[in-house]
Write a protein that binds this ligand. Structure first.
Ligand code: SF4
Ligand code: SF4
Length: 283
């Protein structure tokens, strides 16, 4: 074969097997395919954890996780005060959101590839409870963790410290880990509740909404987790470009794993190269 040069990453060699690697447990047959990034079918996964158990003897790359939401429960009077820009309440909301942004800011870097990284958008969503209290949800994308107490430790402990230093008292009131955590945050004038709750995806076959998350800093791409899944919920795709500038960027949550699309090449910065690459792909 004549040697030739390609301009990676603007051009790719098309020599990967086009099928996903999958295993049919009933037939006992593995179908050949490239063993790249996993694809998780949320509508088939039962949360049985067999993939996780299998990986424990290999690389401990899989963690089973729940999806959580973080909300502030606030009565109407305090909500109106917050809308009018009451400084103390605005300060409290800002501190909590700041804590969430500190941890998630690493996901905010724009990437040229198309895989979703579980991007976190602090966004105010308002719901009214039956008792008239107002729930302000602070996250849009779910936060994935194994236990609610780990989540509060990771995302909220720095905010709680900062709030304590400026006169707020933070007391844990609900402790039902892994399902739920509740905190009362108060000062002389205001008392507001913070609630961490599991999100229910309302999937018939997975009532706990419990899914695998893969850490590609550990995975050795052996495919044994795919072989172990009794429900054909896990496959491995041709997606091989998984590098990240942060350690956390290598951890793919269940929503990121459920994306089927492959990485797309970044656009060439040189127009002549771009036309050449386009023509080459057409031929
Ligand atoms: S492919 Fe990766 S996640 Fe699956 S069992 Fe092997 S090391 Fe674990
Ligand atoms: S991917 Fe398969 S083995 Fe893993 S939890 Fe879901 S159903 Fe079980």
């Amino acid at each position: 074969m004549r040697p030739y040069t390609i301009k990676y990453p603007y051009e790719r060699i098309r020599n990967l097997l086009s099928e996903n690697y999958k295993y049919d447990p009933k037939a006992g047959i593995a179908y050949p395919g490239y063993k790249g990034r996993h694809v998780l079918y949320l509508n088939k996964c039962t949360g049985c954890s067999l993939c996780d158990l299998t990986c424990q003897n290999i690389a401990e790359a899989i963690t089973m996780v729940y999806a959580y939401d973080i909300s502030l429960q606030i009565d109407e009077k305090n909500y109106d005060a917050a809308l009018k820009g009451e400084q103390k309440i605005a300060e409290l909301i800002n501190e909590i959101i700041k804590g969430l942004q500190d941890v998630t800011s690493i996901f905010r870097i724009k990437r040229s590839v198309s895989h979703p990284m579980g991007i976190f958008y602090p966004e105010i969503n308002r719901y009214v409870n039956e008792d008239g209290t107002i729930l302000i949800r602070l996250n849009k994308e779910p936060l994935w963790e194994n236990r609610s107490d780990l989540l509060s430790l990771k995302y909220l402990s720095s905010s709680f410290k900062r709030l304590s230093s400026i006169g707020w008292k933070v007391i844990k009131t609900i402790d039902k880990s892994p399902d739920m955590e509740g905190y009362s945050i108060s000062n002389d004038t205001y008392s507001i509740k913070l609630i961490i709750e599991k999100r229910d995806f309302k999937l018939e076959q997975n009532k706990k909404s419990y899914f695998p998350q893969v850490d590609y800093g550990r995975c050795v791409f052996c495919g044994f987790c795919v072989d172990a899944c009794p429900f054909l919920a896990l496959e491995m795709s041709q997606d091989i470009e998984l590098s990240s500038i942060s350690r956390q960027g290598l951890v793919y949550n269940p929503i990121a794993l459920s994306a089927k699309g492959l990485s797309t090449p970044p656009p060439s910065t040189n127009p002549i190269d771009a036309i050449y690459g386009w023509l080459k792909n057409k031929i």
